[in-house]
Design a protein around this ligand. Sequence first.
Ligand code: C2O
Length: 537
Amino acid sequence: SITRHYKLNVVMRNMSRLCSTKPIVTINGRFPGPTIYAREDDRMLIKVVNHVKYNITIHWHGVKQLRSGWADGPAYITQCPVQPGQSYVYNFTITGQRGTLFWHAHILWLRATVHGAFVILPKRGVPYPFPKPNHEAVLVLGEWWKSDTEAVINEALSSGLAPNVSDAHTINGYPGPVSNCPSQGGYTLSVAHGKTYMLRVINAALNEELFFKIASHKMTVVEVDATYVKPFETDTIIVAPGQTTNVIVTADQGFGKYMVVASTFMDSPIAIDNVTVTATLHYSGTLASFPTTLTRTPPQNATSVANNFIDSLRSLNSKKHPARVPKNVDHSLLFAVGLGMNPCQSCIVGNGSRVVASINNVTFVMPTTALLQAHFFGIKGVFTTDFPGNPPFVFNYTDTVPPASLATTNGTRLYRLPYNATVQVVLQDTGIIAPENHPLHLHGFNFFAVGKGLGNFNPKKDPKKFNLVDPVERNTIGVPSGGWVAIRFHADNPGVWFLHCHLEVHTTWGLKMAFLVDNGKGPNESLLPPPKDLPKC
Ligand code: C2O
């Protein structure tokens, strides 16, 4: 293992997309930002220097940060932001992980343009558990907004209503031609006939789950969220914000140009948008003027396509990569997740109410001091540890007729876990306002998705059907619209760990909470002390 040094300069840069130009916040002037490479066991020293007017933090999404929560990055959860003109060195070691992850800003809506791939190679000499592909490529799926994203969310917050949607999706920063800007270029991936390619597909978009497909080519899925899965073949994958998927594609079509396409998946009655992003798979030797073989993704509400894909995911669970699924559970929790309405006097157009989101009816309030600091230094009054392990009242969660009161309670409440506890969380979608698929992301851990179903979770019957052998292991999971998903993890990482919906708009509305994991008694079981340059609030 080695120590790798990176420097990320946060700078403004003018970018032209969709036939207009605007300044965006970037890392090193690039959109998406640079790919960070590491190997399992490497130590990372990544210096972030803030040259813009916004506060910033960077999160290494999916990196477990064993005992190094100070480097995790969510603003006001594990650190105070890096203020304009300041810098911070994220110092962490990659332990027991290899695969595709990504990094992104974890404050305000800066993630819209501040993100990039994080590729962890296996230890030297350790092969992939599948035939080594000839080539590898990173495909970052994102969004392009014509307006300033901070203005978009601020407007929504003051009106109490939902924010606008993006103007296009992007693949490696480019939307491809769209109807109101036919000259917009798209990303081109050059391939050679007969070669195999591992595509590292990352959904870095703020608010939309995406279907992804390549004309005339099958994909073999080999990894999700930096964990190996039993390989299977598909023509469409589904990636939620916060998720990554590695697929192997064989360039088996002698010749030509093939459309690569991503579009919204939304298994809810609310239609979001239909903007499709296109890129091109270009066989070497094919003339640029050659016509592209077209394809389309499934319709926006193609829930069965999404479910087929999700249900095909299984941990590899081989001798070398066993699935360590917790068999017994110390803490069994039921989290009702969803949207609601709260009264709001100041909301301009929201008719006296605003959209909020909650877990177990708690709308999480961001503190003004970082929770991890408050915990480590014993600063009182920043949070409480009474987060409810169950919904405060029982109702038919998946009925669209909501319970009597829609109002949620506000609080910075954490759920406390002893070191090494085994935890099961059933994430239950609620139909208040509307059922919707929520990609929930847990910091600090991977979890196993042991069960999933439609309707209300049944604590007597459903656990009997749990898969405790080879469930998929990941860090972000879609809570099915009108249904539930059960996850299990070992709380073997002391610190404060955020759990939130990776649809940025839902996080903003309060669909978030945090676990506080105590230190263990052993020599390597406590949170390390904070670095000297840890930003102050
Ligand atoms: Cu990728 Cu808390 O986020």
